[in-house]
Design a protein around this ligand. Structure first.
Ligand SMILES: [Zn+2]
Length: 286
């Protein structure tokens, strides 16, 4: 599932490539991805800018409209060309959009005034798009309840310590709690806890001041590195041109079950914490 680094990469690339473009038409192969509006409402609207909040993509359109995109498990945008036949799409140009099977589930296509086409690929079809006025959007509960962004000035060490002390849970669950910290998911929570040498099942109230500082620092280090490497493409996530991010070749622990720990040569263990797969080194992470 795309997390902060993946979503931010997509947002940056969308701004670079399609900001200012007008949506001339929209093709929809899977109607269930469009939630509370008719795509006719998007015709003639200009893409003013694209931003991110937590794991959401916020596309600001002309006439004070907001297209809110949830990528969920496997959703991603692609800039390419397709032929469509009934509810199916077929890539029409050579390259990773055609060659990489993860890109072959394009269920929505936006036709832009530049002649470009913006596709939305979603294998599992849990993704969704919703349309709001700016006013409606500013009152949206699921957005209002999100915690601070890890790179915002609100996300201070004191804030992190206060949520760790207040919430009776384990540290893995706290890192995933979007109402406490926005944008971290399964991949980077494993990476953060490996770097800070904390066992993911540790109760937050048992963490020392030093350990909390170490996790706080690791959040910033790991997310910054993943942003620089344009995200992790171990599974479905792809960049706008269908190419992969690069963090998967730098993973510390995620996806390395049964492999040797990079620090101690011990064996990386895989456990489920609150139904979420978690990788850690039982020797290094206490
Ligand atoms: Zn180790």
């Amino acid at each position: 599932m795309p997390e902060l680094p993946e979503v931010q990469t997509i947002v940056d690339e969308l701004n670079e490539k399609i900001k200012g473009r007008v949506i001339e038409d929209v093709w929809v192969g899977k109607k269930k991805l469009i939630k509370n509006f008719s795509v006719l409402e998007l015709k003639g609207k200009r893409i003013v800018q694209v931003t991110r909040r937590a794991k959401y993509i916020i596309i600001e359109l002309s006439d004070d409209l907001i297209l809110l995109v949830h990528l969920k498990m496997t959703g991603h945008f692609l800039l390419g060309k397709w032929k469509t036949e009934k509810d199916e799409s077929f890539p029409a140009i050579e390259g990773p959009i055609k060659d990489d099977p993860y890109n072959s589930y394009v269920h929505i296509i936006f036709y832009l005034d530049s002649g470009e086409e913006l596709g939305f690929s979603d294998l599992r079809q849990f993704g969704k798009m919703e349309l709001y006025t700016k006013k409606e959007f500013s009152n949206l509960k699921e957005i209002k309840e999100l915690g601070p962004e890890p790179f915002s000035k609100e996300f201070t060490l004191d804030y992190f310590k206060s949520i760790a002390k207040k919430k009776k849970t384990n540290i893995k669950k706290l890192l995933l709690d979007q109402e406490k910290i926005a944008g971290i998911g399964n991949i980077y929570s494993s990476e953060i806890l490996f770097l800070s040498k904390i066992n993911p099942e540790r109760k937050t109230e048992s963490l020392t001041e030093e350990e909390m500082e170490s996790i706080y620092e690791a959040i910033k280090i790991i997310l910054k590195k993943a942003l620089e490497l344009k995200g992790t493409s171990m599974s479905d996530y792809r960049r706008l041109k269908g190419n992969k991010g690069n963090y998967q070749s730098s993973v510390l622990v995620y996806g390395r079950k049964g492999m040797k720990c990079l620090d101690c040569n011990g064996i990386i263990r895989y456990v489920k914490i609150g139904s979420r797969g978690t990788f850690y080194c039982p020797h290094c992470q206490k």
